[in-house]
Ligand binder design. Structure first.
Ligand SMILES: [Zn+2]
Length: 328
C-alpha cells in the first residue's frame, strides 16, 4: 500500500523542520520541498502532453501497421478497418495504437517508444525537458492485466498485476469513475515521478520532503480494455498456455518474457469475450488455444499466485452509460 497518511503529516510553516535542524520549517526545508513538488507537478503535466505526442507518432507510420494488425487483432481486422475499429471493438483504434507504440517490435527492430527515445536525443522527436526525462522510463512498459483492488472516487485506483502480483497506485480520475473493484483492466501503466526521478535539490538525510513518495505514481497511457473479474482465472489459464508454448523454445521463459514477446495474446482474450459473461464461451476460448498450441496447461501449476482468484461472480457493469467509453 502507498502511504495515504502523508497528507496528515503536513507541516506548518512555523513548525520545527522535519529534518531535525531545530529551525522553523519555512527557514529550513520549505523551499527545497516546494521545488520538489513543483518538479513533480511538471512531470505529471509532461505525462499529459507526452502521451498524445506518442499516439501521433504511432499514427504517422501506417506502413508498419499490417504485421501489427495481424498480431494484435489475431488476423481478424486489417489496417483498412482502422476507422471502424472503435465500433468493432471498444475503443479499438486507440487500444491498438497504444499497444503498437509500447509493445510492437517486428523482428530485429525495437519498439516505437525506444525509437522515439533515440529520436528525442537526436532532436528528431520534439519533446520538452520534462517529457524527455519521462520518455526513457517508459521503455519497458507493456500491455498487462491488472485487477482493480480499490477505487478511490475522484482520485484513482489501486491495482494488482495479475501475473506478478505487484501493486500500483494509478492516478486516473476518469478510470476511477468507470472501474469497479474486482474488475480487470488490460492496459499500459506508465510511471511518473517518485524520488528516483526528482533532481536532488539538496543532499540531506532524508534527502526529500517526506510528503513526496518514494515510489512513482502510475498513469494509464492511451486506452485500456475493461473486463469483468470473473474472467481472471480463465485469463491466467489462457496466458499460461502461451507461456507453456514459449517455454518449448525458451525453457526459462517468465511471464515478463511472455509479455515482452506476445503481449498481444491478452488482446486475443479480450476479443474472444462475449458481451455478457458466458463461462461456456470462455472455456471454449481456452480449449481452442490449448488445441492450437498443443499445450496441456500443466506448466501453470505453481506459476500463478493463489491470491489472484476472482471474488465470485461479478456481473458486467450495468450502470454503464454511453459516456463510460470503456465499459462494454
Ligand atoms: Zn530542514
Amino acid at each position: 500500500m502507498p502511504k495515504p497518511q502523508a497528507k496528515k503529516n503536513k507541516i506548518g510553516r512555523n513548525d520545527p523542520c522535519w529534518c531535525g535542524s531545530g529551525r522553523k520549517y519555512k527557514d529550513c526545508h520549505a523551499p527545497v520541498d516546494q521545488a520538489q513538488r513543483a518538479e513533480l507537478l511538471r512531470l505529471r503535466q509532461a505525462q499529459d502532453t507526452l502521451i498524445p505526442k506518442i499516439m501521433e507518432a504511432a499514427e504517422s507510420v501506417p506502413e508498419r501497421f499490417p504485421p501489427a494488425f495481424a498480431q494484435f487483432w489475431n488476423e481478424e481486422y486489417g489496417p483498412e478497418q482502422m476507422s471502424e475499429l472503435d465500433d468493432l471493438e471498444e475503443r479499438g483504434a486507440e487500444r491498438f495504437l497504444t499497444w503498437f507504440a509500447f509493445d510492437f517490435a517486428p523482428a530485429g527492430e525495437s519498439t516505437l517508444i525506444t525509437q522515439l527515445i533515440q529520436a528525442a536525443d537526436a532532436d528528431g522527436f520534439e519533446v520538452d525537458a520534462f517529457e524527455q526525462r519521462l520518455l526513457p522510463t517508459w521503455a519497458a512498459v507493456r500491455l498487462r492485466p491488472y485487477l482493480v483492488e480499490e477505487v478511490r472516487k475522484g482520485s484513482g485506483l489501486l491495482v494488482r498485476d495479475l501475473l506478478d502480483e505487484q501493486r500500483y497506485a494509478v492516478n486516473d480520475t476518469a478510470a476511477a469513475k468507470r472501474m469497479e473493484p474486482g474488475e480487470i483492466m488490460v492496459g499500459h501503466l506508465v510511471p511518473v515521478g517518485g524520488k528516483a526521478m526528482l533532481t536532488p535539490a539538496e543532499e540531506v538525510d532524508p534527502p526529500y520532503g517526506r510528503e513526496i513518495s518514494d515510489s512513482p505514481t502510475y498513469y494509464l497511457a492511451g486506452a485500456a480494455a475493461q473486463i469483468t473479474g470473473d474472467t481472471a482465472e480463465k485469463l491466467l489459464e489462457f496466458v499460461g498456455l502461451h507461456l507453456e508454448d514459449l517455454r518449448r523454445s525458451r525453457p526459462e521463459a517468465t511471464w515478463d518474457d511472455l509479455i515482452e514477446q506476445r503481449s498481444y495474446v491478452l488482446n486475443h482474450f479480450v476479443m474472444a469475450l462475449p458481451q455478457e459473461y458466458d463461462p461456456t464461451i470462455v472455456d471454449r476460448v481456452v480449449l481452442q488455444t490449448r488445441i492450437a498450441l498443443q499445450t496441456t496447461g500443466a506448466s501453470l501449476v505453481g506459476l500463478v499466485g493463489r491470491g489472484s482468484e476472482p471474488e465470485g461472480d461479478q456481473p458486467r457493469d450495468t450502470t454503464a452509460t454511453p459516456e463510460d467509453e470503456e465499459a462494454e
